[in-house]
Write a protein that binds this ligand. Structure first.
Ligand SMILES: Cc1cc2nc3c(=O)[nH]c(=O)nc-3n(C[C@H](O)[C@H](O)[C@H](O)COP(=O)(O)OP(=O)(O)OC[C@H]3O[C@@H](n4cnc5c(N)ncnc54)[C@H](O)[C@@H]3O)c2cc1C
Ligand code: FES
Length: 265
């Protein structure tokens, strides 16, 4: 059967989780999503308002979590939706993180702010399949303790992997204070041939985090990044996301650093 990837499907909002005290960020679980890979994204379609690409932050049996920051026309309207209501979504789009790329590695994930959302499902995957990696560490940064997302998940991750949670500002006697780059030298690595890293966040953060990794001994080909660029169609038709001959929506948003380094703004 020929399917039209461009066609949205009606999806029921199964659950809405508010990230208090960050009231401008919700995680919404949508029904009917199939064959989803961590790091992919969906287009949320609200008739009369428009569309917004949103990364997958969790994968259920027949559902998907999207963590949305309310900052404009579509996302503000979306915040009026409660569990039980239907809306149109289309996807999944993009390549995502392929678990096989990281198997048997000493895996480090570095993410900042809402950048934790696109890597959450891959962190969950290796948290639940610890035997598939030699070691698993994450370094995550938020502006302040009040800006921290996924608090319940962090409690679980703390038991499954090495977690460094840091804030740009706060009480140095109670928590890690400083940028994620400050903690790269502390990550335990046994063999840099096995050391792989995923870095997701604002372009400036990705740039300096990758620099820190390379200085530490990580190889460029063992580093992956994910790009968030303005998109429209989400599936390689409109050219909005194109950089030279690369379509971020189609060829990415996840790139090995050897390719992705030329796409950072
Ligand atoms: C691949 C991808 C994954 C994304 N994942 C997430 C996610 O998981 N959660 C999330 O909250 N957001 C995510 N975004 C960003 C999200 O798509 C935008 O915030 C959303 O489209 C805004 O739509 P709006 O109509 O509400 O805002 P608009 O009314 O269109 O814009 C409001 C403001 O946001 C700016 N803006 C809009 N889109 C972008 C963008 N892509 N980059 C920078 N500035 C922008 C506008 O310039 C304007 O200042 C992702 C974007 C991409 C491309
Ligand atoms: S968003 Fe249309 S081509 Fe990528």
């Amino acid at each position: 059967m020929i399917t039209n990837e461009y066609l949205p499907f009606s999806s029921k909002v199964l659950k809405v989780t508010k990230h208090t005290p960050m009231e401008h960020t919700y995680t919404m679980e949508f029904a009917g999503a199939k064959d989803v890979v961590p790091g992919q994204f969906f287009e949320l379609s609200l008739p009369k308002y428009g569309e917004a690409p949103i990364s997958v932050s969790g994968i259920g049996e027949n559902s998907v979590d999207l963590t949305v920051r309310s900052i404009g026309v579509v996302t503000d309207e979306l915040f009026k939706y409660e569990a039980g209501r239907h809306l149109y979504i289309r996807g999944p789009y993009g390549n995502g993180f392929i678990a096989d790329d990281y198997k048997d590695s000493e895996l480090l994930v570095i993410a900042g702010g809402t950048g934790v959302s696109p890597v959450k499902a891959i962190i969950d995957y290796f948290g639940n399949h610890n035997d598939e990696v030699k070691s698993m560490s994450i370094i995550t940064g938020f502006k302040s303790k009040d800006d921290q997302l996924f608090r319940e998940d962090f409690k679980r991750w703390g038991k499954q992997m090495n977690v460094t949670l840091t804030f740009d500002r706060g009480d140095e006697t109670k928590e890690n204070i400083g940028l994620v780059t400050k903690y790269i030298p502390s990550v335990k690595v046994n063999n840099f041939d096995d050391a792989k890293a995923i870095v997701v966040g604002p372009p400036i953060m990705m740039k300096f985090a990758v620099k820190g990794l390379i200085e530490r001994g990580y190889k460029e080909e063992n580093i992956w990044i994910s790009h968030e660029r303005r998109m429209s169609c989400g599936l390689g038709k409109c050219g909005h996301c194109r950089v030279n001959s690369t379509y971020i929506c189609l060829d990415g948003p996840v790139f090995n650093y050897t390719v992705g380094k030329d796409l950072i703004d």
